[in-house]
Design a protein around this ligand. Sequence first.
Ligand code: GDP
Ligand code: MG
Length: 179
Amino acid sequence: MTTNSSKYNITVIGAPGVGKSAITLRLLYQEFVDDYEPTKLDSYQTMMDYQGQDVDVQITDTAGQEDYASVRDTFLRSGEGFLCVFSLTDSDSYSHIEELYNQVKLAKSMEPPQLPFLIVGNKSDLESSRQTKTEDAQRFAESLGVKYMETSAKNNENVTEAFQFLIGMLVESRSAETA
Ligand code: GDP
Ligand code: MG
């Protein structure tokens, strides 16, 4: 097992209540936290495995203050990979994705397929309350040139896979740079 000494940042963005903190805490602590304080911006360190390498990952869980331009600028600047979350049960949160995508693209001066940006439809366990169809979100993501996944922080579905996907993009792009 080799150790990759550099650190990668993943920033979790999206409308309030979509499950950004639940996804983050599910990844970090393997549990579902029902009533996480919604007004914090938190940063966590963790280790993830990427193809047999230990990768040092910093996860930034954004919240509430995204409306304040200065906070938004800060996380857009420090973020490297973006996990852009909406709730499958809240079409309003889905309608914010394009704006977030445009902001990230602008801040990073990067376009897909290089742009490490993943669209995540969370709360897939609440199938009966679903407001966004898989095919629609999939087609929308394709039109932007990014990948789409559905997760459930509650049932622990696809959460690790979502972070793994972004880590993969970051590791690959950095190793391409230094090759
Ligand atoms: P945030 O504002 O985006 O950080 O959202 P939170 O993580 O605080 O979650 C908002 C609410 O949605 C909380 O009541 C969570 O328990 C709930 N929630 C988050 N993820 C899921 C999920 O995958 N399934 C279900 N059923 N509820 C979820
Ligand atoms: Mg939160």
